[in-house]
Ligand binder design. Structure first.
Ligand code: FES
Length: 115
């Protein structure tokens, strides 16, 4: 049986492939590694990979996903209700469109900054 495969679109940066059985963060790292995401930091903001540090915040703007429990120290109930989640804690159930949270910008000198 083939794994369920979805398109993960990162607003302003490009798109990659995600699978229902893997954490979204892994899909984003793979897309970045293959050069499918433009103008991102050399590495995506990644820390603990288990929902403990909060650095992998994203905002899901469209699509469905399931999630592991997320610490309220990093994602409030209001944020979660508005689509702000931890990329290491969710799994796509459909094509997803998302935005990095906070948005990442690239300065003219090539350095990356978070707003
Ligand atoms: S990498 Fe630490 S919460 Fe996602």
């Amino acid at each position: 049986m083939a794994a369920e495969r979805f398109t993960i679109t990162v607003s302003g940066h490009g798109a990659g492939t995600g699978y229902a059985h893997e954490r979204l963060l892994v899909a984003l790292e793979r897309a970045q590694g293959f050069g499918h995401l433009r103008d991102l930091p050399r590495r995506l903001p990644v820390g603990c990979r288990r929902g403990g540090c909060g650095v992998c915040r994203i905002r899901v703007e469209g699509g469905e996903y399931r999630s592991d429990p997320m610490s309220r120290a990093h994602i409030s109930a209001e944020e979660e209700a508005s689509g702000v989640v931890l990329a290491c804690c969710i799994y796509p159930l459909s094509d997803l469109s998302l935005r990095l949270e906070p948005p990442v910008t690239v300065k003219a000198n090539g350095r990356v900054a978070a707003l």
